[in-house]
Write a protein that binds this ligand. Structure first.
Ligand code: CA
Length: 225
């Protein structure tokens, strides 16, 4: 079955170009120039991925992203006119899966969208996650690094899953608390630092680790490091 992309973009020329290129890539498309309407379409019609412009006439794309993340893990690719570093960090912190900076080529956009969809397919369908750093069998709840089986506590395991499921994204301490801890409200963010350190040690990821610290923001897991 063909997957559906929701395109929220107010610039008619860009919206139509994105629509055409993604239909050519084999996706169903639905489009709107408005953030609010986009949110309604998201709830009602459950697309598989959202392409979201930052500058929209009614509500800001960042607000749309925030509202999407309140209710859904659906992949979101942001279209941003600004190539500034803090905008990218903001996007990833806000839970965007990827972004492209305008002007972009149609081929690049289609490639990014299809890459995200492939990634999501792998994580939802396969019970085994594997990259060059680690292998995780979710059914058996087995973790190995190289040929070594690693014994992890429930918390360490949840923390590791939070990282691999959001590979490439910067996760704040607050987001990690939400993702890995059962009772995040009762725990201070300092505990995250401690837990990440322990996880790195258990996995033997000391020195140049696939779990990078992003100063003042949080952490990011890098696949295939
Ligand atoms: Ca715009």
């Amino acid at each position: 079955m063909s997957q559906t992309v929701l395109i929220i973009e107010d610039d008619t020329a860009i919206r139509e170009a994105v629509e055409v290129v993604l239909e050519r890539a084999g996706l169903h498309t639905m489009t709107t120039p408005y953030g609010r309407e986009g949110l309604r379409m998201l709830y009602e019609r459950r697309p598989d991925i959202v392409v979201l412009d930052v500058g929209l006439p009614d509500i800001d794309g960042w607000d749309v992203l925030e509202r999407i993340r309140d209710v859904s893990d659906i992949p979101v690719l942001m279209l941003t006119a600004r190539g500034l570093e803090h905008e990218k960090v903001r996007g990833f912190q806000g839970g965007a899966d990827d972004y492209v900076t305008k002007p972009f080529s149609n081929a690049e956009l289609a490639q990014r969208v299809m890459a995200i969809l492939r990634r999501v397919d792998q994580t939802t369908i396969a019970s085994v996650y594997e990259d060059r750093n680690v292998r995780i069998d979710r059914t058996a709840r087995d973790v190995s690094v190289g040929s070594d089986r690693i014994d992890l506590s429930v918390l360490d395991y949840q923390l590791l899953l939070a990282f691999v499921d959001h590979a490439g994204q910067v996760l704040s301490r607050g987001q990690l608390l939400e993702l890995a801890w059962k009772d995040p409200l009762r725990i201070g963010p300092d505990r995250v630092k401690f837990a990440v350190g322990r996880l790195r040690r258990k996995l033997g990821w000391t020195g140049s680790s696939p779990i990078n610290s992003v100063r003042g923001v949080g952490y990011r897991y890098q696949r295939d490091m």
